[in-house]
Design a protein around this ligand. Structure first.
Ligand code: 4GX
Length: 264
């Protein structure tokens, strides 16, 4: 995967390329990264990339010329690349969109600043408008890093050895199960016995239950939209039966209480 970022602050990406899994993916040639300065595509002597908005008002707008020049320069070198504009108006970024983007040979990530980019940029030159969430950033750079990060870990071989992308949160539409490491006892809290048992089948089942419980408690919206498999339905059914038993008991007690009160 070839990532090309277009930004007026290319230096922001230097520490990002230089650490952790991103750095290793670059070293192992799983990804290629570059940040081009939009300013270099400005025509005038002062290399201006922004201007006042037509119609008046506060703030500045990114001029279309330098942006179009930068995008065309990037796509000329990789015609099959997808072009992405980071914007709060974009399609919400999620794991499914990350997977879709991971299938491209290259991605050109366009980072706007100020109040945005001249509207005439979007149409021909942009394949995707993407938002990383409903909040306002000072520029698209952090959003671009988030996309590079989430897409990189989906590229085969980018994650080292054990930790494969198939095993994490969202890969199966559920949140990650609870995790424990040494010591066995921490501030009066023990590690669940089953995880020490070495019983792989039981551990697998416990982890699925943990995943389902956390998803139900923290993000029930994810369960509503998910295709559940037989084992997942079995677990949810078991919980439903247990909850029903508790509630029936509770209702019966209240009925008993009411009966007694009526006699008095
Ligand atoms: N998810 N911002 C972009 C300037 C801008 C505005 C409109 C193009 C069109 C954001 C987000 C985000 C702030 C980045 C405004 N550029 N980007 N910037 N949320 O808030 O992606």
């Amino acid at each position: 995967m070839n990532f090309v970022v277009l930004t007026i602050f290319p230096e922001m990406f230097e520490p990002f390329w230089a650490h952790g899994i991103i750095r290793r993916a670059i070293e192992h040639k799983k990804i290629f990264t570059s940040a081009l300065n939009i300013r270099d595509y400005a025509q005038d002597r002062h290399q201006v990339t922004d201007d006042r908005p037509y119609g008046g008002g506060s703030g500045m707008v990114m001029k279309p010329g330098p942006l179009a020049g930068a995008i065309r320069s990037a796509t000329r070198k990789m015609p099959a690349a997808g072009t992405v504009l980071l914007t709060p108006q974009g399609r919400p970024f999620d794991q499914n969109l990350a997977k879709e983007l991971a299938s491209f040979d290259g991605l050109v990530l366009i980072c706007g600043r100020y109040e945005g980019v001249d509207e005439r940029i979007s149409h021909e030159l942009i394949d995707y408008e993407i938002s990383i969430g409903d909040y306002v950033l000072t520029g698209g750079e952090l959003a671009a890093m988030i996309i590079v990060d989430a897409v990189t870990r989906l590229i085969p071989g980018a994650l080292g050895g054990e930790d494969a992308a198939e095993n994490d949160s969202f890969a199966n539409g559920l949140l990650e199960h609870a995790q424990y490491t040494r010591p066995r006892m921490f501030e009066g809290q023990e590690v669940p016995e089953v995880l020490l048992s070495g019983h792989h089948q039981e551990i697998k089942k416990w982890r699925l239950e943990s995943s389902l419980m956390r998803t139900l408690m923290k993000r029930s919206d994810l369960l509503q939209n998910k295709d559940l498999n037989r084992q997942e339905i079995e677990i949810l059914d078991k919980w439903r039966n247990e909850i029903n038993k508790i509630l029936q008991c509770h209702h019966r007690e209240r009925e008993d209480l009411k009966g007694k009160e009526e006699k008095i």
